[in-house]
Write a protein that binds this ligand. Sequence first.
Ligand code: ZN
Ligand code: ZN
Length: 350
Amino acid sequence: MKAAVLEEFTKPLNVTDVPDPTLTDDGAIIEVKACGICRSDWHGWKGEWTGFLAPLPMIGGHEMSGIVKEVGKNVKKVKVGDRVIVPFTCGDGTCQACLEGDSNVCEHQTMPGFTYNGGFAEYAHVPTADFNLIPLPDEVDFSQASGMGCRFMTAYHGVLSVGDVRPGDWVSVYGAGGVGLSAIQIATAAGANVIAVDIAQDKLDFAKKMGAVHTVNSMETDPVEAIKDYTHGGADVSVDALGINATLLASLNSTKRKGRAVQIGMTPMGKDGDIPIAVNDIIANEVAYLGSFGMPRAEFPALLNQVATGKLRPGDLVTAETNLSGIVDVYHDMDTFKVNGVTVITDFTK
Ligand SMILES: [Zn+2]
Ligand SMILES: [Zn+2]
């Protein structure tokens, strides 16, 4: 099969023929129909997440959807020909977290494109298929499904389950990249008033299209002051969708007393990712600082129902389609934060 192989960090991926994946008894092989390109892939390509990434060579891509081509002999529910989406946080289906419905924090978590070969290829093997493959409603096409990628599902869980956003809430979102734009659309659909913060005007324009009622260009305006002004005291929920020092601290400071700060954007791995926060302010204002990671499989049916009926529109985030050779161009655009919206691979032949 054709695949885009990461052989050396920061170097162009090698688009080449590699052996097809090997089927396991509990796994399934899917024909990948679409796979989103994500900033997390870029972190992997830069060599920043080596503690986490399987040894090279590696096939990236964790935002895949496709058609089941083969299933292992122990697989009971998933059938050949099923249209499926793969959560980027795969679970073992047997640990305490998985049994309690929290597969996104599985004790033995695996991730396509990081811990095993992912969707930058014609075919991919997914372990524990009955647990990890999610049926895709007929109304949701593959490009839209992969636009849901990690960003939309991550934002859905972060905004609604962890952030507990309610109608009428003020929600600030830092970073109008893929996950930030998703959070804006999802919070808006839930009836919240969203304020988007970014440094790029084109991203803020996109944020408006996703439903933001106000936008703040943090190159020109202090975002914390602007949010406190708009909300008369602070956001009910603030989301940091980026994970750099400035956005993490500003997001935390944008919440009202008793507000909730949801951290979705990951900081760099290791010590570089440890950011000092004002603990006493968190205590005095009883702010809840909440980590949010991926989305458990249990939340997929509710999300997919809303996508199938058009109430949520992950496809709106897809701004371009490309082939395997186009991935590195997207990575180079990510180097300079030039990317607007999401690029999805839909051609796996070259
Ligand atoms: Zn588990
Ligand atoms: Zn992703």
